[in-house]
Design a protein around this ligand. Structure first.
Ligand SMILES: *Cc1c(COP(=O)(O)O)cnc(C)c1O
Length: 494
């Protein structure tokens, strides 16, 4: 985050009547009224700022400098995989920007072929039999997967009997939320002292009413479930399905496969593991892979290969239905394909090795700075630390912002007091990890001596400590020029 001057005027304050950045061409042919229909025309012109091109460039550049981004510095937000995404993947995605989703299949064979190959690659990476590329986010993939599990039980005549979904207490919040949305009762099982799910409690929760067990492996505390085969076997023994939350696959990609661990369904977050930039609200993609017994329930349409041609198969009588318009977020799918093909199997395995190595290195460096670990053992792609003494995680996270570095995920998972969940990712260099550990050590030492300084941090950021309760209770989600002007005038009147 770069320090920006408070007095840089924003776009509406730069506006001068009659000033222009671009002059759109005069429309030729039929008048807009005929083309659009009178009812779609504005009755009065929109209130837009009137600025030169340079003013506009400065406006967006200044806004960008107020924003923290992975292109600026390290961003080790646990469970979010904020890693660097090579720019060449943007170029690959832009090659497909002229394709329209309504084009007939004959004219988009290249796009359909890419999607078909990507689905096959993801099946191989996850150890699943078939993959849908439709879902637009991780949570959307979960919804798709759990709907398929429900359809499977219904097809077996067990829809009414199977009422519960088992979820560990450290799970990502979307897991219980998804199960609840599909109409299941959520049964929570605790995490043991070693960071693994309490298998005794899980076995006790399993029964003829269990529809599914949802697990993340490695879990959200960054620990690999060593007893995963036993868990999957116990779940299958009572007729339940096992769901894998694969949002952060970079811990195991190219090394181990959910399909081989006994999972029936898996979703991936292409916008975490497979190179789509995220975090700024851009489109995500959450493909879902299934074992063959669930394939009839996959959302349609499905792309199939018939000889040399790719066809879109719409006729799917048992499908849970369409989850997304057209073929999903195709730009992200192209990025993922470029990423997988440029790395190859060895490159993907290298991703996992570096993700785990970086996390363990940073874990040790933070121990040297006085932090303790919630689970004192080798971690996978992330770990959960706790601050020394009586220090509060939130304060240290705020102070770290003044070092120009993004804090880790704070207060998640809820089962760890003052949790700091750190995921450095595979793309950070040794020197950056050292710098992060040292910066965190520096603010911690100062915090231990100067409570007043700590309470006021951060000092250098464009906005200081926000009133988070107010922001959550009364969010202003829509910005309009008239409100902005009113606010400025209101301030002037004060
Ligand atoms: C990010 C994440 C999700 C949710 O993904 P979205 O794309 O934000 O919906 C689910 N599970 C885990 C473990 C995650 O890290």
């Amino acid at each position: 985050m770069t320090q920006t001057r408070e007095d840089v005027p924003l776009i509406f304050e730069r506006s001068q009547p009659g000033r222009r950045g671009v002059t759109p061409p005069v429309t030729e042919g039929a008048p807009l009224e005929t083309l659009l229909g009178r009812e779609h025309l504005r009755s009065e012109p929109p209130r837009l700022p009137e600025v030169s091109e340079l003013d506009l460039v400065r406006h967006y550049t200044n806004l960008a400098h107020r924003q923290f981004s992975i292109d600026g510095n390290v961003y080790p937000l646990g469970s979010c995989t904020m890693k660097y995404n090579p720019k060449v993947h943007e170029e690959a995605a832009s090659l497909f920007s002229d394709v329209h989703p309504e084009q007939d299949d004959g004219s988009v064979q290249g796009t359909l072929g890419l999607l078909w190959h990507l689905a096959r690659d993801l099946s191989e990476i996850t150890g699943m039999d078939q993959v849908t590329l439709q879902p637009a986010a991780g949570a959307h993939g979960e919804l798709t997967g759990i709907l398929m599990i429900r359809a499977f039980h219904e097809a077996n005549g067990e829809g009414a009997q199977r009422r519960t979904v088992i979820v560990p207490d450290a799970a990502h919040g979307t897991n219980p939320a998804t199960a609840g949305m599909v109409g299941y009762d959520v049964v929570e099982v605790p995490t043991g002292e070693d960071g693994e799910v309490d298998v005794g409690a899980l076995r006790a929760a399993l029964g003829p009413d269990t529809a599914a067990v949802m697990l993340t492996n490695p879990s959200t505390v960054g620990i690999f479930e060593g007893r995963i085969l036993e868990i999957a076997e116990a779940a299958h023994a009572v007729g339940a399905q096992v769901y894998y939350d694969g949002a952060n696959l970079n811990a195991i990609v190219g090394k181990a496969r959910p399909g081989d661990m006994g999972f029936d369904v898996v979703h991936l977050n292409l916008h975490k593991t497979f190179t789509t930039p995220h975090g700024g609200g851009g489109p995500g993609t959450g493909p879902v892979g299934v074992k063959a017994h669930l394939a009839p329930f996959l959302p349609g349409p499905v792309i199939e290969r018939e000889g040399e041609r790719y066809v879109v198969q719409e006729d799917r009588p048992n499908s849970v239905g369409r989850m997304r318009s057209h073929h999903g977020n195709v730009g992200n799918l192209v990025r993922a394909y470029a990423y997988i093909r440029s790395l190859g199997p060895d490159g993907l395995a290298d991703v996992a090795e570096k993700a785990v190595l970086n996390a363990n290195y940073l874990r040790k460096r933070l121990e040297e700075q006085g932090f303790s670990m919630a689970y004192d053992r080798t971690c996978m792609h992330e770990f959960v630390a706790q601050p020394p003494g009586e220090l509060r995680t939130l304060d240290l996270a705020k102070a770290l912002l003044d070092e120009g570095m993004h804090p880790m995920t704070v207060y998640f998972p809820l089962v760890v007091k003052e949790a700091m969940m750190v995921e450095p990712t595979e793309t950070e260099a040794l020197e950056t990890l050292d710098a992060y550990a040292e910066a965190l050590g520096r603010v911690t030492r100062r915090a231990q001596q100067d409570a007043e300084w700590l309470a006021g941090a951060p000092y250098m950021t464009p906005v200081r400590r926000l009133d988070e309760v107010l922001a959550a209770r009364t969010p202003i989600l829509r910005w309009t020029p008239s409100e902005a002007v009113d606010a400025v005038q209101g301030e002037a009147a004060d």
